[in-house]
Design a protein around this ligand. Structure first.
Ligand SMILES: Cc1cc2nc3c(=O)[nH]c(=O)nc-3n(C[C@H](O)[C@H](O)[C@H](O)COP(=O)(O)OP(=O)(O)OC[C@H]3O[C@@H](n4cnc5c(N)ncnc54)[C@H](O)[C@@H]3O)c2cc1C
Length: 410
């Protein structure tokens, strides 16, 4: 038996689930099939203003907000000991008229909640299982579940993450690269409050970032305050630190963040992520659209990954509403999606790559350029505000679902 719908979404991560819910909201029948990955690995996502607007427009934010913590300030600390080292730069959301830049949510909790919402959304059929064996026909595209069941639709959305099988089937040109870095992620409890401030230490091996999380009033050791950690380091150092006990790793973190949060304890399992990047020559192929990590990824610097992916999702809805009503897989709709996403994806991928490499290249001119950039950001108000806006809700033509202002809870 073949299950048919207007649109088939492969992948049930944050991007795939959001795509399915949003497409159903736009009136399409959707099947989303994917392996649900809700393993706890200390990984969170900071979602910025434009992403919150998307969830608010879809009516989902009130269900996600209780899982999140607003980010009101971002502190950038040059911890490279370079010759031109500057005092920390503090960015305030209030400076660009926002109550917060966005909100931080544990990735597994976000996926769990979106999956629960998808299951109860009219127009969405959710199937847990891996998809593959794609075949394209004239007016539809088919995939097969690991159980052998066939799924068919006019459009296949590849939201199946970094190792996307949809991308491989689409046979789009891909540029992939690696960095000599691995990220360790963990949830932390700590003694001192974070004051809704995300602090990014720029070290010679990459950033070490503490991102605010909701407090835990029932904390067993009195450490009520919570943050998530993303710490980039050499692969050897990451291996060594992953083998440390919780208490030993907590000690290393305290030293790296110069004790700003006081005593630290680890909460739950940690994660380890080798750093790499990928860009595609296009985000579409015959009856296929790629969204989020299936179409582009880069290191978690400036928390841009899923935010960029959700802009893909919001644009896909625009392109489908405009050109895909009778045939969601038609070339008009796909060409519109690809054209409107290309610039944003390329700028973001290049920007993150440059920021990361500027830390890894230990030469005086590079130190000077990086420090001059930070100094300009600290002292030139209009530049600082333009960069903040660019980071959280890029000005210009945002997709319809991202145009409304988000209201962040106190
Ligand atoms: C350490 C770290 C920190 C990060 N921090 C941030 C941040 O603060 N802010 C931010 O915006 N981004 C951040 N990112 C990036 C962000 O996590 C990713 O961009 C985002 O998770 C991508 O979501 P996705 O749904 O595209 O992919 P994934 O989360 O990888 O989901 C893909 C899904 O597809 C499923 N799947 C795979 N193959 C198949 C198949 N054949 N059939 C069906 N299903 C399949 C998988 O099981 C999975 O459920 C971070 C990334 C890392 C590594």
């Amino acid at each position: 038996m073949t299950i048919r719908s207007d649109i088939l979404v492969a992948g049930a991560g944050a991007a795939g689930l959001t795509t399915a819910i949003a497409l159903a909201g736009a009136g399409f029948s959707v099947t989303v099939a994917g392996g649900l990955d809700t393993r706890r690995n200390g990984r969170t996502v900071a979602l910025f203003e434009a992403s919150l607007r998307l969830y608010r427009s879809l009516g989902l934010w009130e269900r996600l907000e209780p899982l999140s913590k607003p980010l009101r300030r971002i502190r950038l600390v040059d911890d490279t000991n370079n010759l031109f080292r500057l005092p920390p730069v503090q960015l305030e959301a209030a400076e660009i008229g926002l109550p917060a830049f966005g909100a931080n949510i544990e990735n597994a909790a976000l996926v769990e909640k979106l999956a629960a919402i998808a299951r109860e959304t009219p127009g969405v059929r959710m199937i847990e299982g891996m998809l593959g064996d794609y075949v394209t026909h004239e007016d539809e595209i088919e995939g097969r579940l690991s159980t052998g069941e066939r799924l068919a639709a006019a459009l296949l959305v590849g939201a199946d993450g970094r190792a996307s099988q949809v991308r491989a089937y689409a046979d789009v040109g891909v540029h992939e690269w690696r960095y000599p870095q691995t990220a360790i992620t963990a949830l932390l409890r700590h003694a001192e409050p974070h004051r809704s401030t995300s602090t990014e230490f720029h070290t010679r091996s990459g950033p070490c970032t503490l991102v605010p999380m909701r407090p835990d009033p029932s904390s067993p050791d009195g450490l009520r305050n919570r943050s998530s950690l993303v710490w980039l380091m050499s692969p050897d150092e990451a291996e060594r630190r992953m083998a440390l006990s919780d208490a030993e790793l907590a000690g290393d973190i305290e030293a790296q963040v110069h004790g700003i949060h006081g005593r630290i304890a680890l909460e739950g399992p940690r994660g380890m992520f080798p750093m790499s990047g990928l860009s595609c020559e296009r985000l579409v192929a015959e009856r296929i659209a790629l969204v989020a990590d299936a179409g582009h990824f880069f290191p978690p610097i400036g928390a841009q990954g899923l935010n960029l992916g959700l802009r893909d999702v919001a644009q896909l809805i625009d392109s489908m509403e405009k050109y895909g009503r009778t045939d969601p897989g038609c070339t008009h709709a796909l060409a519109d999606y690809d054209k409107r996403r290309r610039g944003d994806v390329a700028t973001r991928s290049i920007g993150v790559d440059l920021m990361n490499r500027s830390l890894l290249i230990h030469i005086l001119p590079m130190d000077f350029i990086r420090s001059a950039g930070l100094a300009a950001m600290a002292s030139i108000g209009p530049l600082r505000r333009a960069l903040m806006r660019e980071g959280v809700a890029p000005p210009g033509r945002l997709p319809r679902l991202m145009r409304r202002a988000a209201h962040v809870a106190p």
